[in-house]
Design a protein around this ligand. Structure first.
Ligand code: GRF
Length: 199
């Protein structure tokens, strides 16, 4: 069994798609959902069994001090024998001790074509607003490994969508979200398969 820990700070629609993707799997399990946000939609999604109603993952909430000034999250993930950490709309920078404990075993999705429109402060709506303001003709998603800098780890996968001059940031967000939901679960599965092959 390969074990995933999902980190999310918001609605958790990507976390939900990933959980549903593996709902029937006997090889992959969503072992834990972690969030820094007591109001995150992902909490209700996880407790309600995600979209299919079948995947009830325990939810752990943590605060900034625990995350950055203790080793408790790393220890928990190690104790639970987590194979892959999947960030799905998780807003905080991953601390160095967690990156080092899970080398090439943390993935993130960014709602633009990195290296453009990445870095601190570039999240959610800010990304799509910047894309439209820059007059870009395309945007998309980037799925990448996580290192100690925001949005700078090695790219695993990108997919693009057109941006037309009449598109609002909301229009771009909708197109990008379709790409996220279509590709993130599948890419996570590929990463897990690759890990199996090298173990
Ligand atoms: C997504 O756009 C993702 O790319 C970004 O945060 C958003 C999360 O959305 N990192 P959701 O919570 O999965 O709906």
């Amino acid at each position: 069994m390969q074990r995933i820990a999902l980190f999310a700070s918001g609605s958790g629609s990507n976390a939900g798609k990933i959980a549903d993707h593996f709902a029937a799997s006997v090889e992959v399990e969503i072992s834990l959902v972690l969030t820094n946000n007591p109001k995150a939609g992902v909490i209700d999604r996880a407790r309600g069994g995600f979209g299919t109603g079948q995947i009830h993952a325990p939810v752990l909430m943590f605060d900034r001090t625990t995350f950055y000034q203790t080793n408790r999250i790393v220890e928990l993930l190690q104790k639970q024998e987590i194979d892959l950490i999947v960030l799905a709309g998780f807003m905080w920078l991953i601390p160095a001790q967690l990156v080092r404990a899970f080398p090439n075993r943390i993935v993130n999705i960014h709602p633009a074509l990195l290296p453009k429109f990445g870095g601190k402060g570039m999240y959610g709506h800010f990304v799509h607003e910047a894309v439209v303001a820059a007059g870009e003709t395309e945007s998309g998603i980037t799925i990448h490994y996580v290192n100690e800098q925001y949005d700078e780890g090695a790219v695993l996968f990108q997919a693009t969508c057109p941006v037309v001059s009449t598109d609002s940031p909301d229009d771009v967000a909708r197109k990008v979200q379709l790409l996220e939901h279509a590709h993130y679960p599948r890419v996570v599965e590929e990463v897990l398969n690759q890990m199996k092959n090298v173990q």
